[in-house]
Design a protein around this ligand. Structure first.
Ligand code: HEM
Length: 344
């Protein structure tokens, strides 16, 4: 059989341990899948979305309730964005807990971290495009955080917001970043990340003498497993999109002042909770940047996993990095839960 274009994305054979679900959790592959769903559904949404403060909210209502299958397309876009964040964090967890980031994959770890940040920014700018009363926190508080940066804050604010307060210039800028700027960067970094996997010798596996078996699987078997994972993910995504609609509050108008539903997107609730401590620059800018920097530097600051333990879950040699990562996730998780609790 002649290999198809899709087959060419993989080498003719790979070591069997590289393709075990219990090793990769299929998380990196599913992240690629959700990004593709986002691209297709996002392009479809562009036919109806109008990026002006007066019409944005109403155009989303039209898309959701009047356009045939418009609600489904919007829900698919929303849910793939949420699931993307979940699988990327799972993928990061897998990479750290298998010590897969050591040389020669250290550079790809950095590309991966930038993909994580780009995904969060894309999700955040998309959330703003909703321009309904629910996004008030994100719009006002987050842009004000930029202002709190000493020396460069107000200049950055004007560049980001396009004026002295959020308005039509802000919406068109966020729209530009969402559909073009960030999407373009995400595409380039993603292709680079995938290219580096091949360049670095495929997914990390134990050295031949430490492997349980030296079996290899063909690219056809690999594609079969990928298609199966995509099928299962598609079923989960469709069920969510059909039964759980993406949130939508009434559009922001001159008169609307009730922002009871306004809150940060779920993946930034921990920052919203920290901001209750006061000092927006410290809790809203410095601490989140330190967390991202610390995660990025994991391959550089913690004892390195040994090559002997490569391709195994929970190597002894990088225990410290594993504990550190779990602590970060725990603190973020606890702050998120506390933020969700009703205020007494
Ligand atoms: C949109 C985000 C991302 C996508 C689409 C993506 C995609 C992938 C894919 C398809 C693989 C090969 C299969 C697998 O290991 O599951 C992979 C491997 C890898 N990724 Fe990512 N990734 C993303 C984010 C990240 C992040 C956040 C990190 C870490 C900071 C990272 C670091 C790595 C490394 C080091 C490898 C090689 C792993 C090994 O050899 O075992 N990636 N990525």
């Amino acid at each position: 059989m002649r290999p198809s274009f899709y087959d060419h994305l993989h080498p003719p054979t790979i070591p069997a341990p590289q393709a075990r679900f219990r090793y990769t959790l299929a998380a990196g592959g599913l992240a690629v899948f959700f990004m593709l769903v986002l691209l297709v559904t996002g392009v479809l949404e562009m036919f109806y979305y109008i990026p002006t403060p007066e019409q944005a909210g109403a155009s989303i209502q039209t898309l959701t309730f009047l356009v045939p299958y418009g609600g489904l397309v919007r829900n698919l876009h929303y849910w793939s964005a949420q699931l993307l964040i979940v699988v990327v964090v799972l993928h990061l967890l897998r990479v750290i807990f298998t010590g897969a980031y050591i040389s020669p994959r250290r550079f790809n770890y950095l590309l991966g971290m930038s993909l994580l940040v780009i995904c969060l920014l894309m999700d955040f700018t998309g959330y703003i495009l909703r321009w309904d009363q629910g996004i008030h926190w994100a719009l006002v508080t987050s842009t004000n955080l930029i202002k709190s940066i000493p020396l460069i804050g107000s200049g950055l604010y004007t560049i980001l917001v396009g004026g002295s307060q959020p308005g039509s210039a802000t919406l068109i800028r966020f729209y530009g970043w969402h559909i073009f700027g960030l999407t373009l960067v995400a595409g380039v970094v993603l292709v680079w990340h995938l290219f580096r996997i091949r360049r670095d010798g495929g997914i990390a596996v134990p050295p031949p003498l430490k492997r349980e078996s030296l079996d290899r699987i063909s690219r056809y078997e690999l594609v079969r497993r990928e298609v199966l994972a995509i099928l299962l993910a598609s079923i989960a995504l469709l069920l969510l999109a059909v039964f759980v609609p993406a949130p939508l509050a009434p559009p922001i108008t001159e008169a609307s002042s009730n922002y009871a539903t306004a809150h940060a997107p779920w993946f930034f609730l921990w920052i919203q909770e920290m901001l209750k401590q006061g000092n927006p620059f410290l809790w809203g800018v410095v601490v989140p940047l330190v967390v991202i920097a610390a995660m990025t530097l994991i391959p550089y600051i913690f004892p390195k996993p040994t090559k002997d333990e490569l391709g195994k879950w929970f190597p002894h040699s990088n225990r410290l990095a594993q504990i550190f990562f779990i602590l970060i996730l725990l603190v973020i998780g606890i702050l998120t839960i506390v933020d969700l609790l009703p205020a007494s």
